[in-house]
Structures are given as structure tokens and as C-alpha cells.
Design a binder for this molecule. Structure first.
Ligand code: FES
Length: 148
């Protein structure tokens, strides 16, 4: 990977390969919203290991389930030539009740010097101030019983 691209690389810890798609999971961004499990339980099942079986549905179905993840912990790469995830025209911010801010759209997370830390279509930003993984939510808001 070229050095210029290195800073955009996600901190992917796990990959799961299926027909026409590779699912990427970044555990430190996962706050267990479980949209993926509700959308496609035959692929996403927290009760078994590995918890993602990317061969259990079509690439299109898996892509749709991944895109339901509001934190960006799940993403995918198509290996069949189909287009990847497209950011919408509008970037939206949606507060979760007593929890993080869910952003969707064309997102660049930058440090105070303006350096781009992450480009994404989905992120969950901490608004309680107690995350150990700022600026992302890590569920600490539950431990402190955050009220928005
Ligand atoms: S809002 Fe979730 S850790 Fe702060």
C-alpha cells in the first residue's frame, strides 16, 4: 500500500471472505447495536465462532446488512466488480437516545492539526465525554448512565 494511502487505512482486525465480497470488522468500533444480526442472522451470529459467515448469503444481501451498521465497525469490499458502498448526497447526524451521535455521509475525522484520521461513510461519535476511544463511542455512556 502506498504511503499516501496508509493514513486512510482502517484499523481492520478481522476479515471474512464470501462469494463476491469481503466483510471487514473493527471490534474497537463495535458497540453492539446488532443491526447486522437483525438484518441477516444466518450471516451474523454472535453465538458462534467465527461470528460472521460471509458464505451464508449473497454479496448484495451482506452489503445491505453491513450498511445498516451505524458505527462503521462493519464495512465491506466487493470482489466481484460491483460498486462498493456509496455515501449519500447529504451527511446526516442522528443522536441516539442517551448515547452517541450517528453520522452518515462523506465523513473525514481529523485531529486538531487537521490531519485526516479516518474517512468513512458511517461513524458513531461520543457525546458523553467518557469514551476511552475518542472521538468514537465505546459504550462508556452506559457505565456512567449518561443522560443527554
Ligand atoms: S456516547 Fe458512548 S461512550 Fe460517550
Amino acid at each position: 500500500m502506498a504511503e499516501a494511502e496508509e493514513r486512510y487505512r482502517r484499523d481492520v482486525s478481522r476479515t471474512y471472505r464470501g462469494e463476491g465480497i469481503v466483510v471487514l470488522w473493527e471490534p474497537k468500533l463495535c458497540i453492539h447495536i446488532t443491526n447486522c444480526i437483525r438484518h441477516l442472522p444466518q450471516v451474523f451470529n454472535a453465538g458462534v465462532r467465527p461470528w460472521i459467515d460471509a458464505s451464508a448469503a449473497s454479496a448484495e444481501e451482506i452489503a445491505a446488512a453491513v450498511e445498516s451498521c451505524p458505527t462503521g465497525a462493519l464495512s465491506y469490499e466487493r470482489t466481484d466488480g460491483a460498486p462498493g458502498e456509496q455515501a449519500g448526497e447529504t451527511t446526516t447526524v442522528e443522536p441516539r437516545t442517551n448515547g452517541p451521535l450517528f453520522l452518515r455521509g462523506r465523513i473525514e475525522v481529523r485531529d486538531p492539526s487537521g490531519r485526516v484520521l479516518r474517512t468513512a461513510t458511517r461513524v458513531a461519535l461520543c457525546r458523553c465525554g467518557y469514551s476511552g476511544n475518542k472521538p468514537y463511542c465505546d459504550l462508556s455512556h452506559r457505565a456512567i448512565d449518561f443522560k443527554a
